[in-house]
Design a binder for this molecule. Structure first.
Ligand SMILES: [Zn+2]
Length: 390
């Protein structure tokens, strides 16, 4: 009896153990499916959505031409050259320094896909921190992609990336970042391309990207640099031209001319002790005049609600509307939101007027451009100025 009882007990024990094992196996299978799907989702961001150059692009070069050690890595990126038939000034336009600020990237892409040069040369880098386009910021809940509808009904897809370089390209970051000027910054800033200028050729990956861009500026004898960004509506440096002190006259003239066109924009001089930024370091280390443009982006700020693709493209958020009613914002905001069309229109108009101002001040280094999309046209629909993918 005792043996029988014991046998029955061990049979029940075996059944319980089998159930436990089965549950464990189910759990492992679910984890494996999630891991595989996440891996596919994660690596889907490694592929570059196409940029369709317009007829004005005369050459596509790679940034590694100015720093060969980044060739074949996630850091390398296209440099679109728009060369006029007549001699003139040289202009470098940077988009995607921060890939979570799509207005800057899209404005640079609009230039690549539309603009031609009559005199002078433009170098456009739409994905300046290419590695940072290949992942999202942790804990931000951002979409990986967003899309824009074209007039023919087709969609163009773009990546919404991170403020910082992908850890696959650069890890770990130090506790404190000792900038080449001797300034100390928070360790995470070593992954922020807009804190690592003028860069170090043998430094951290992000410093290498900055060094490559700096080499381009020096070797190509760039006259004018414009770096395109977006900032949250509650941030004071918003809808602004941030300028290096040597570019003050150019920035003031640009602001005055823009105001005459009805585009309200403020001026911010770059603080001398805030190191690593494009306008500060390129301005200090070359003869180029340098400005950085900010435009208000509600999908970036801390007050925002759920970060959807629609928030990125339409910029409509009830929390920002309330903040605006409470007088907490530094940019105009109402029920119509702050759409990507408007943000790109502001950037493109500011670049056009910046170049016009340059031409007035330096006629011997004229940069004459054609086919820049008009402000109103972009506000009506950015998709009109993007080329269909064949
Ligand atoms: Zn930025």
């Amino acid at each position: 009896m005792r043996i029988l009882h014991s046998g029955s007990f061990s049979g029940q024990k075996g059944l319980v153990s089998l159930k436990r094992h089965f549950k464990f196996l189910i759990f492992i299978a679910i984890v494996a499916v999630v891991v595989v799907l996440s891996a596919f989702s994660f690596t889907s961001m490694w592929e570059d959505p196409p940029i369709i150059p317009g007829s004005g692009v005369t050459e596509i070069r790679m940034l590694s031409e100015w720093l060969p050690s980044i060739e074949g890595t996630m850091l390398d990126t296209e440099v679109y050259v728009i060369n006029g038939s007549e001699e003139g000034g040289k202009f470098l336009l940077l988009g995607g320094t921060h890939p979570n600020e799509p207005g800057g990237t899209l404005a640079a892409i609009v230039f690549v896909e539309n603009v031609s040069a009559i005199s002078g040369t433009i170098y456009v880098i739409p994905r300046s921190n290419h590695s940072a386009f290949t992942h999202n910021d942790a804990m931000e809940g951002s979409p990986q992609f967003f899309s824009i509808q074209l007039p023919d009904g087709s969609q163009r897809v773009f990546r919404f990336g991170s403020r910082r370089t992908n850890p696959i390209s650069q890890w770990p970051d130090p506790t404190i970042y000792l900038h080449p000027t001797g300034a100390t910054l928070g360790g995470g800033e070593v992954s922020n391309l807009n804190r690592t200028f003028p860069g170090r050729e043998d430094g951290y990956s992000t410093e290498k990207v900055a060094a490559a861009i700096m080499n381009l500026v020096l070797e190509e004898e760039i006259d004018l640099v414009c770096d395109l960004h977006e900032s949250s509506p509650e941030y004071p440096v918003n809808n602004a031209i941030v300028f290096h002190q040597d570019s003050a006259e150019l920035a003031i003239m640009t602001q005055m001319m823009l105001e005459m066109e009805g585009v309200d924009i403020r001026l911010e001089e770059s603080p001398v002790n805030l190191r690593g930024l494009t306008h500060r370091e390129i301005g200090d280390n070359s003869d180029a005049q340098v400005v950085l443009l900010e435009v208000s982006n509600p999908s970036q700020g801390r007050l925002r609600g759920k970060t959807t693709e629609d928030l990125v493209t339409e910029g409509i958020d009830k929390f920002y509307l309330q903040a605006s009613k409470d007088g907490k914002l530094f940019a105009p905001y109402d029920e119509t939101g702050y759409p990507l069309d408007l943000r790109v229109a502001r950037h493109v108009a500011t670049i056009r007027v910046l170049v016009d101002s340059w031409n007035m001040m330096f006629p011997e280094r004229m940069i004459l451009l054609s086919d820049i999309p008009p402000y109103e046209g972009l506000v009506d629909g950015l998709g009109t100025y993007l080329n269909p993918v064949s």
